[in-house]
Design a protein around this ligand. Structure first.
Ligand code: 1BO
Length: 275
C-alpha cells in the first residue's frame, strides 16, 4: 500500500479506524485487518479501546516495525504532567513501548498551546512516540502549533469526507509537508446515493464506499481511516488500489463538499475554517 511521506513519517494512506469499537470484537477486527494487509491502526484514549487494539496487534504476530500505530491525548489532559501520564497509560494499555504517531486529539484554549506542544515534543524526545501531530486543528491553530514545535508535526487528523470542505486545512497541511488524515471518511455511509458517487461506482464496478475511499487516497497528502464493525467491510475497503477515478469523477465528488455538513461538532469545538 502507498505511504504518504509526511515530514519524514511514512504513513500508510489507508488505516483502520477504531472509534466506537470495543471488547473482543475490537480485538478480532484489528487482528483480522492486519491479516488482510492493513498496517496503520488508529486509536485514542477517548475511544476506551487501546487495550483491545493492543491485543489485536499482539495477536497479529506482525513485527512491530511493520506497523504504524496512532493514539491521541484527549483535551482534558493537555497540561504538561497530565499529558505525560496520559501517554504512558496509553502505551501500557496498548502493550507497546512507543507509538508511531501521538496526536493532540482536540485543542483546549484553557491550556496554553505552548505547554502542550512542549509536552508533545517531550514525549517524542523520551521515545514514547516516533512522530507527533495534531487533530481537529483549524488552520490558525495549526500555524501556531507548528511555530511552537521544534520537531515537525507530521499530520493533522480531521473530519473529512465529500460532504465537508476541508480545502483550507488540506492546503495548510500540504504547505507544511504534513499529511491530512480523514476521519469519518465515509460520512457514516449517508452519501452513497449521491449521483456523483453512485455513477462512479457503476462505471468502475465498485461499491460507493470504495469510490469515496478512492477519492480520499487519490488526493496527494490525504490518508483515510474508515471504521467498520464488519469484518467483510475491511476487505472491501482495502480493494481500492486497482482503479483510478478520472479528473471529472474526482471533481464531481469534490463538488459535493459545498454542502459543508460536519458530523463531529461540539460546544468545545474550535472556530472551524470557513471555506
Ligand atoms: C470526538 C472524536 C473525534 C474523532 O477522533
Amino acid at each position: 500500500m502507498r505511504s504518504i511521506d509526511a515530514n519524514g513519517a511514512q504513513i500508510p494512506c489507508l488505516g483502520v479506524g477504531t472509534w466506537t469499537l470495543s471488547g473482543p470484537a475490537c480485538t478480532e477486527l484489528v487482528a483480522h485487518a492486519l491479516s488482510l494487509g492493513y498496517r496503520h491502526v488508529d486509536t485514542a484514549v477517548l475511544y476506551r479501546n487501546e487495550a483491545e487494539v493492543g491485543a489485536g496487534i499482539a495477536a497479529s504476530g506482525l513485527p512491530r516495525d511493520d506497523l504504524f500505530v496512532t493514539t491521541k491525548v484527549w483535551h482534558t489532559d493537555l497540561q504538561r504532567d497530565a499529558f505525560r501520564r496520559s501517554t504512558e497509560a496509553s502505551l501500557a494499555r496498548l502493550g507497546l513501548d512507543r507509538v508511531d504517531l501521538l496526536l493532540i486529539h482536540w485543542p483546549n484554549p484553557a491550556v496554553p498551546l505552548a505547554e502542550t506542544i512542549e509536552a508533545l515534543n517531550a514525549a517524542r524526545e523520551a521515545g514514547l512516540t516516533r512522530h507527533i501531530g495534531v487533530s481537529n486543528f483549524p488552520t490558525g491553530l495549526l500555524a501556531e502549533a507548528r511555530a511552537l514545535s521544534p520537531a515537525p508535526l507530521v499530520a493533522n487528523q480531521v473530519e473529512h469526507h465529500p460532504m465537508l470542505d476541508q480545502s483550507r486545512v488540506l492546503a495548510a497541511c500540504r504547505a507544511a509537508g504534513m499529511a491530512m488524515i480523514s476521519y469519518c471518511p465515509l460520512f457514516r455511509g449517508s452519501l452513497f446515493e449521491e449521483p456523483a458517487i453512485a455513477n462512479a461506482a457503476r462505471a468502475h464496478g465498485k461499491t460507493p464506499g470504495q469510490i469515496v475511499l478512492r477519492w480520499h487516497v487519490q488526493q496527494p497528502g490525504v490518508a483515510a481511516i474508515p471504521r467498520t464493525s464488519r469484518k467483510e467491510r475491511l476487505a472491501e475497503n482495502l480493494a481500492i488500489f486497482d482503479f483510478t477515478l478520472d479528473a471529472a469523477e474526482m471533481d464531481a465528488i469534490s463538488a459535493l463538499q459545498s454542502a459543508n455538513r460536519r458530523l463531529c461538532d461540539f460546544a468545545f469545538s474550535p472556530q472551524w475554517d470557513i471555506p
